[in-house]
Design a protein around this ligand. Structure first.
Ligand SMILES: O=C1C[C@@](O)(C(=O)O)C[C@@H](O)[C@@H]1O
Length: 254
């Protein structure tokens, strides 16, 4: 059920807070990171698809080298989010594979996000390659329009598990409060039936309750903003800390 990454434990009942880095240039990424590091979140996610030079030579690896220095003991997730799943930059399957494998080889990122249901892409094989390089994987899937039927959501999460992902993550957009209830139900069911941490969120304003309450149903990470949001509905880090401390009676840093 729980997974240890550096000094943090995921999946022990208290959600950990992950803050995204969304700078467009090297300068912006590093200055955001300095600010974020000062607020000491549990994890950070570098959303490399925001970075204008991400696909140029070794630029992404150079940024990761700097981030590992800035964040020290705070785990860093490397994510390239494709346009199809709500990201900012087009990337071919070949470029996506090359980039993620280069990041795994470099071994500066603690987790690599892999879009398990990307079209014409063998995610299971990529996950095996990343594991071979001693990397760890966040399997992910997103829909910014709708919330799938419950069965489909469960299938997606179990499919990531079968494929070998170390963390199973699903982000949906709710149209009704019932959509959020269904996401909670699936989160509870899947997290009870897998050894892996499950991470789910309902996005947008309506879905904010899932970012706060998802941990009660088994979601292991919640994303909060320190400088900029990387998805609709993210709550500022300082507010999130207070709310989580109240709900989970945790000793999380304030
Ligand atoms: O998968 C996720 C979750 C997310 O989409 C959210 O809704 O908080 C934010 C993304 O940056 C991250 O990669």
């Amino acid at each position: 059920m729980s997974l240890r990454i550096k000094s943090i434990t995921l999946g022990d009942g208290i959600p950990r807070i992950c803050v995204p880095i969304t700078g467009k240039s090297r300068e912006e990424i590093l200055s955001q990171s300095e600010i974020i590091a000062r607020s000491q979140p549990d994890l950070v996610e570098w959303r490399s698809d925001y970075y204008e030079d991400v696909l140029k030579g070794e630029s992404a690896l150079q940024i990761l080298e700097s981030l590992s220095g800035i964040f020290g003991g705070i785990p860093v997730i490397f994510t390239f989010r494709s346009v199809e799943e709500g990201g900012n930059k087009e990337i071919s399957v070949w470029e996506y594979q090359t980039l993620n494998i280069a990041v795994a080889q470099q071994a500066k990122a603690d987790l690599i996000d892999v879009e398990v249901y990307r079209k014409d892409f063998n995610a299971c094989s990529m996950i095996r390659q990343i594991h071979h390089l001693n990397g760890k994987v966040v399997g992910s899937n997103h829909n910014f329009q709708i919330t799938y039927e419950s069965e489909k959501m469960a299938e997606i999460l179990y499919g990531m598990d079968e494929c070998g992902a170390d963390i199973l993550k699903l982000a949906m957009m709710p149209k009704t409060p019932e959509d959020i209830l269904r996401l909670f139900e699936v989160t509870r069911q899947v997290s009870d039936n897998t050894q892996k941490p499950v991470v789910t969120m309902s996005m947008g304003n309506l879905g904010k309750i899932s970012r706060i309450g998802g941990g009660v149903f088994g979601s292991a990470i919640t994303f909060a903003s320190a400088v900029d949001v990387s998805a609709p509905g993210q709550i500022p880090l300082s507010e999130m800390r207070h709310i989580l401390a109240t709900i989970y009676n945790s000793t999380a840093k304030q």
